[in-house]
Design a protein around this ligand. Structure first.
Ligand code: IPM
Ligand code: MG
Length: 364
């Protein structure tokens, strides 16, 4: 039986379009091998939309996303627009999209590839066996809380944001984390700042209660987020699933990226609403954009996550993951990870890396 996946492709800015093109090729190739069709349509987002005289998230882009089965997203951000007011920044497009699609859970797996252990600044012996799933709340907290804005008083101008969580918002993302833990090593660590913030006391209470009531089989522990950041680099093997609110999860997942050795290796899935969004954790990297040297593997692995979470095509997802492991084992490296692998290393372009992955997915 052939079925069809309708994918909205939002390459965005900088290296976004280059890496997303390779992810789409990987997806289509997986479709050919596993007998499903991938239809895709592209739309503008971020600075590239602003350059075309549109909003960072044009209405037609949101419409396309809402009508699709899943979104392959590249990256947004452009230094040329860095001085715009916050609500016009290209990055806002991504935040609007997350909110507009109610993608409340962001999954960021941190699994160092054996062939790249030396690429991390953390000692290789601390990294073997590390397999962490970061579950980041994505549509609330400081990023979206109101009131927010600017003001002025007798001390001068000020800016402010609000970290606000409803119990229901904590419960729904914590469930995603507990459920994920159930399919893994049955361990969940929740990062918070309950020693300083009321909202984080509520977070801790709510997660504890949910664990007691519904997940007695999951070993739950809590860590203050500052300590958690330290433990992540000190002894990363202790973690299985790691749950955090939006801003804390943003920061912890960049530490996760360093554990894998390159930001170019970390995929992500944003789920919860009807249409999931899949994007590499890295940004638009304007300094290397257009040179054909960006690492497409995080984007390709994100396409793999799309197959798992939005299509339930686990075999095809596994074929993509295995293909990435295989090309790395064969010595293919983009420049960012080229220092690892010794004499075996073949430094390749973005497209050549995509070619190598596609060949492996085909089974060649
Ligand atoms: C991320 C990014 C975004 C975020 C930026 C681009 C707004 O850092 O996805 O981790 O903070 O969520
Ligand atoms: Mg980030």
């Amino acid at each position: 039986m052939t079925d069809t996946l309708n994918i909205a492709v939002l390459g965005g800015d900088g290296i976004g379009p280059e890496v997303t093109a390779e992810a789409l090729r990987a997806l289509k190739t997986a479709g050919e091998r596993f007998n499903f069709k991938v239809e895709s349509e592209s739309a503008l987002v971020g600075a590239s939309a602003v350059r075309a005289g549109k909003q960072p998230l044009p209405d037609e882009t949101l419409k396309l996303c809402l009508a699709s089965d899943a979104i392959l997203f590249g990256a947004v951000g452009d230094p040329a627009f860095g001085d715009l007011p916050p609500d016009q920044l290209p990055e806002r497009a991504l935040l609007h999209l997350r909110k507009g699609l109610d993608l409340f859970a962001n999954l960021r797996p941190v699994r160092p590839v054996p062939a790249l252990l030396g690429a991390s600044s953390i000692k290789a012996e601390m990294l073997t066996g590390v397999d962490i799933l970061i579950v980041r709340e994505l549509v609330s907290g400081l990023y979206f809380g109101t009131p927010r804005g600017y003001g002025a008083d007798e001390k001068g101008r000020f800016g402010f944001n609000t970290m606000r969580y409803h119990e229901t918002e904590i419960v729904r993302v914590a469930k995603v984390a507990f459920d994920a833990a159930r399919k893994r090593k049955k361990k969940l660590c929740s990062a918070d700042k309950a020693n300083a913030l009321e909202v984080m006391q509520l977070w801790r209470e709510t997660v504890t209660k949910l664990g007691k009531d519904s997940y007695p089989d999951i070993a739950l522990n809590h860590m203050y987020v500052d300590n958690c950041a330290m433990q992540l680099v000190q002894y990363p093997r202790q973690f299985d699933v790691l749950l955090a609110e939006n801003m804390f999860g943003d920061i912890l997942s960049d530490i996760g990226a360093q554990i894998t050795g390159s930001l170019g290796m970390l995929p992500s899935a944003s789920i919860g609403g009807r249409v999931g969004l899949y994007e590499p954790v890295h940004g638009s990297a304007p300094d290397i954009a257009g040179k054909g040297i960006a690492n497409p593997l995080a984007a390709i692995l994100s396409a793999g996550m799309l197959l798992t979470y939005s299509a339930g095509k686990l075999d095809a997802a596994k074929a993509i993951e295995d293909a990435v492991d295989a090309v790395l084992a064969d010595g293919y490296r983009t420049k960012d990870i080229a220092s690892q692998g010794g004499a075996n290393v073949k430094v390749v372009s973005t497209k050549e890396m995509g070619d190598a992955v596609v060949a492996k997915i085909r089974g060649k």
